[in-house]
Write a protein that binds this ligand. Structure first.
Ligand code: SF4
Length: 199
């Protein structure tokens, strides 16, 4: 069971395989090359196992610690935040969460304030420029209100986390929709990033 793995100078934390989307382009649907196949968890690790694994590393040596694996980290939001606290007790290495932006939909409350002081950067997968396209591409568990929920999460989290980016996947949208997504990010006052398929 691979909870943490290192890519370049970053430590990646893979603490769940659950997700509230079923994106057309999700790497979970494909055969994973080499050691990446080990990111498929035979069971969900306990919080104790996650913290023990993360803190077994010399955390000061990484450029970033990133919560991003074969699932949506905020399906276990409070375990993510507890792990962030354990990291914060040991180092000042920046912490990033890559998320589908569903945390507040999952928890049925505004979760943004809970990130304050624990997380340095959040990448929110926007994936589409409108609700219709989002539904077709991501098949969210929360239905047609999900897209607006993602935008609301991005707007709220930007009040508590220093760096927030909306992201889209290259090749999954038209150029026009990529431009529309960039405008949505600008209107929300957050950054915008195009990521590569399978990143
Ligand atoms: S949000 Fe991420 S983990 Fe979830 S289905 Fe989409 S690509 Fe896969």
């Amino acid at each position: 069971m691979v909870i943490t793995h290192v890519i370049k100078n970053n430590l990646y934390v893979n603490l769940t395989n659950h997700c509230t989307n079923r994106c057309e382009f999700c790497v979970r649907k494909t055969e994973l090359p080499g050691s990446y196949a080990d990111l498929r968890l035979e069971r969900e690790p306990t919080l104790e196992e996650i913290i023990a694994d993360v803190t077994s590393h010399n955390l000061n040596m990484f450029s970033e610690i990133v919560f991003c694996g074969l699932g949506e980290p905020t399906c276990r939001l409070y375990d993510v935040l507890s792990t962030c606290r354990a990291i914060r007790e040991r180092c000042t290495t920046p912490i990033r969460i890559n998320t589908n932006g569903h945390a507040s939909l999952i928890m049925k409350e505004d979760t943004a304030p809970a990130f304050r002081g624990l997380v340095d950067c959040v990448h929110v997968s926007l994936n589409a420029a409108d609700s219709y396209t989002y539904d077709k591409l991501c098949h969210p568990k929360f239905g047609e209100d999900t897209f607006m929920g993602v935008l609301k999460f991005a707007r709220e989290i930007a009040k508590y986390v220093p760096k927030v980016y909306l992201t889209v996947v290259r090749g999954t949208l038209t150029d026009t929709d990529v431009d529309r997504c960039a405008k949505i990010a600008a209107d929300l006052g957050v950054g915008f990033r195009i990521r590569e398929l399978g990143e």
